[in-house]
Design a protein around this ligand. Structure first.
Ligand SMILES: CC(C)(COP(=O)(O)OP(=O)(O)OC[C@H]1O[C@@H](n2cnc3c(N)ncnc32)[C@H](O)[C@@H]1OP(=O)(O)O)[C@@H](O)C(=O)NCCC(=O)NCCS
Length: 151
């Protein structure tokens, strides 16, 4: 985490984010328009983790009234397990709470045990399995966290 700064996205980050997104999610990577939309929409939140002059990770969220959805999060492969994902998600949760959100949900592939463990550590709990949620037919796992820790 040394030398890592979490800050709002600026358009100059786009190329680096797209590279990270493609390296992480391959064919199901988000297109540039989606990132631009989330960064511009009043209901959107897009934060990046900057290390030196490079982008080590990002998190994207959408607000829907009292609820929000973490729509994507990724940390560059070589920089994982050093707390960057935690710093990004914590900062996003703080910002969402500040904007009046009461609960935060997300969807994760059921076989993505690293991410599931990561979310659990940050207070998310399993809500239920969604069969065939992903384009390739994989099941999704819905998770949720409430501010204030009440479940
Ligand atoms: C999920 C992801 C964002 C986590 O980022 P990160 O910077 O590596 O996370 P952190 O270093 O903050 O990890 C915090 C804790 O989460 C858990 N965790 C993270 N990666 C894990 C792994 N590969 N295996 C087991 N537990 C893991 C651990 O409890 C870890 O704490 P520890 O390192 O002290 O054991 C990152 O693995 C990633 O980009 N994955 C690919 C994209 C992805 O799956 N995104 C989620 C899609 S829904």
């Amino acid at each position: 985490m040394q030398g890592v700064r979490i800050r709002p996205f600026v358009p100059g980050d786009l190329a680096a984010i797209l590279e990270l997104e493609r390296a992480t999610f391959g064919a199901s990577a988000w297109p540039r328009e989606m990132f631009l939309e989330v960064s511009r929409a009043p209901s959107g939140l897009l934060l990046v983790a900057e290390r030196g002059r490079s982008i080590a990770g990002y998190v994207a969220a959408l607000l829907r009234g009292l609820r929000a959805e973490i729509v994507s999060i990724a940390v560059a492969r070589r920089q994982r397990r050093s707390g960057i994902g935690t710093a990004l998600l914590r900062r996003a949760l703080r910002e969402l709470e500040r904007r009046g959100v009461r609960s935060v949900e997300l969807m994760v592939r059921v076989d993505n045990s690293a991410a599931i463990r990561f979310y659990q550590r940050l207070g998310f709990r399993r809500l239920g399995r969604v069969p065939g949620y992903y384009e390739d037919g994989s099941d999704g796992l819905r998770m949720r966290s409430f501010f204030g820790g009440t479940l």
